[in-house]
Design a protein around this ligand. Sequence first.
Ligand SMILES: [Mn+2]
Length: 311
Amino acid sequence: MGCGYDIIGDIHGHADSLRALLGELGYRLVDGVMRHPSRTAIFLGDFIDRGPTQRETIALVRPMIDRGGALAVMGNHEFNAISYDTLNPATDEPLRRHSTRNTQQHQAFLDSYSGAERSEVLAWFRTLPLWLELDGLRVVHACWDKGVIARIARFQGGSALLGDPLLHASARRDTWQYEAIETVLKGKEVELKDGLGFHDKDGHLRHNIRVRWWDAGVSTYQEAFMGPESARTHIPDDDIGGDHLVEYGHAERPVFLGHYWLEGEPAPLAANVACVDYSVAKPGGNLVAYRWDGEAVLTAEKFVAVARVEG
Ligand SMILES: [Mn+2]
């Protein structure tokens, strides 16, 4: 393995797009597994849900990861899948409610895996760490909050893998573990004042907004909002007072994120923060990678994008 990493965004069951991106990056099939002669892939999680090729996606990434040609972190969709299928030992209820909304969001996966096969792939999801701290870079699905990450690590004896006590505690909204998983896998959110809300991409009314947690240069709720441009006008222009910020200093090593359904021309969010999720799960979306070669300052030239391949 060389020292270069190709950091790849959320795939959401779009195996054909992943094949196209890996081809573009110079990965080739060797003994049935996609490999690069000198580079390592890193996946940001959210392999599943939404797209047409759930099983093909797992069949593509899993041997890359299991045989050492790739690394990965867990996304909120893998976490949700585990919680949806795990019973709370105290109540015998699923850790994630089988509400219409939760089930609809998860339907493509539920249709693709059942019985022992589903249990087996969910057990594999448990092998994906919640974050990766590597030489010179960090990787997390949505938010690198060092206090939260340190607290999870302490709780789990140093492990970044999702253990049972963390999984069970994070299903209860009154726990710090719930907040911790929300932050790391779903991103920092801030509640809008005065009961205000907006409709997200699935049409659900939300009272919290995802925020640009790394961006000290924004000062209002509207500016801090991370989400569809069409919703921005519904976000108030009141002063946010820094409530959105998670400390991530300019001298910190680069951190890579997925999760945020970005659109347009890929570019870093800050000199040391980049998101590689460019909405392949939406028509017109792209699957994106960042080719990282050890640089401390990230640049737009190092993104590689392929247009979503319609299966
Ligand atoms: Mn996500």
